[in-house]
Design a protein around this ligand. Structure first.
Ligand code: 13P
Ligand code: SF4
Length: 322
């Protein structure tokens, strides 16, 4: 059998990885990657994590680095820049937006906030730096409950921009936060019907659900949590198969950590394809990572005064997460 084309592809992949490792060292660069990017990027990154872990890493781990590369989406690059203003922060593709962040334009959110001057503003990190600057404290899916519960039970709270995460936190805390009407297009594509179909074929598989999913989907869950929480649950559980309702990039770490277990991605309702990818996260690639290290671009820039205002709610989140 002629393996020449496969072999040359493998060799190209290996030389790309070798270039990235060399450039990281030469340029004193630290590479952070979210669980939703391609497995090859997760494998070459210095730190892989959920949004909370990556913000914590950016706050503490980049001290020796000259460059920090964020393999994720733009709001994550902005968060790193706000936390590490002295570093050169790069992203492999600066067109990697986020439908959830886009569902909350800063000017509209400002009007909403002004309309409720007696409310504390809690925002999900999946927001632009301008929306962060309008917020009193930020949360991720990993710490939202803890941070909301740090406020008195009768506190008047606004929660933006994810209506699904906000509704989930309201349901588990008994709060009645005012919710911004935003959502993530990836997580909104899951349906309870598809999960119930999979459950018939795999009755013993626990259902793992990210809280950005709609209420009927959350109600099918054995475990609701951030990507890191779902990963931990999958690795520690005695079950040998799992139904997973979040972006499919997380399956890479699940399969790596427990190769003997079976992880079944829930397909999106409106498609026959097997998994639910975030097209923005999947804009990141090994080639683009190599190129951004070579060119030291695209660079994330945030206006200094804006960064100062955005830093306060991010720092408050990190403090409250300890
Ligand atoms: P976590 O990283 O908090 O699980 O959130 C997932 C997400 O949608 C990131 O874009
Ligand atoms: Fe944004 Fe959703 Fe993609 Fe996360 S998965 S980056 S929330 S669009």
């Amino acid at each position: 059998m002629d393996c020449s084309s496969t072999c040359s592809k493998d060799a190209a992949g290996e030389s790309l990885k070798a270039d990235i490792l060399r450039l990281k060292k030469e340029k004193k660069a630290v590479v952070l990657a979210h669980y939703y990017v391609d497995g090859a990027l997760q494998d070459i990154a210095d730190y892989v994590g959920d949004s909370l872990a990556l913000a914590q890493k950016a706050a503490e781990a980049c001290s020796d680095a000259r460059i920090v590369v964020m393999c994720g989406v733009n709001f994550m690059g902005e968060t790193v820049k706000v936390l590490c203003p002295d570093k050169k922060v790069l992203v492999p593709d600066n067109t990697a937006g986020c439908s959830l962040a886009d569902s909350c334009p800063a000017a509209d959110f400002e009007e909403f906030v002004k309309g409720h001057p007696d409310h504390t503003v809690i925002s999900y990190v999946n927001t632009s730096v301008e929306v962060k600057a309008l917020s009193d404290v930020l949360v991720t899916s990993g710490n939202a409950r803890k941070i909301v519960e740090s406020f008195p039970a009768d506190a008047k709270l606004i929660f933006g921009p994810d209506r699904n995460l906000g509704a989930y936190i309201n349901s588990v805390t008994g709060r009645d936060m005012l919710l911004w009407d935003g959502a993530c297009h990836v997580h909104e594509r899951f349906s309870a019907e598809k999960i119930m179909e999979l459950k018939k074929a795999h009755p013993n598989a626990p259902v793992l659900v990210h809280p950005e999913c709609k209420r009927p989907v959350v109600l099918t869950a054995d475990k609701v949590g951030s990507t890191a929480v779902l990963l931990k649950y999958a690795l520690e559980s005695d079950a040998d198969e799992f139904i997973v309702a979040t972006e499919s990039g997380i399956l890479h770490q699940m399969r790596k950590g427990a190769p003997h277990k079976k992880f079944i991605p829930v397909p999106p309702t409106d498609s026959t394809c097997g998994c639910n990818d975030c097209s923005y996260m999947k804009l990141n690639s090994l080639e683009k990572l190599r190129d951004c290290l070579v060119n030291e671009a695209p660079e994330v820039k945030v206006d200094e005064a804006l960064a100062e205002r955005a830093l306060r709610p991010i720092a408050r989140m990190l403090e409250l997460s300890k």
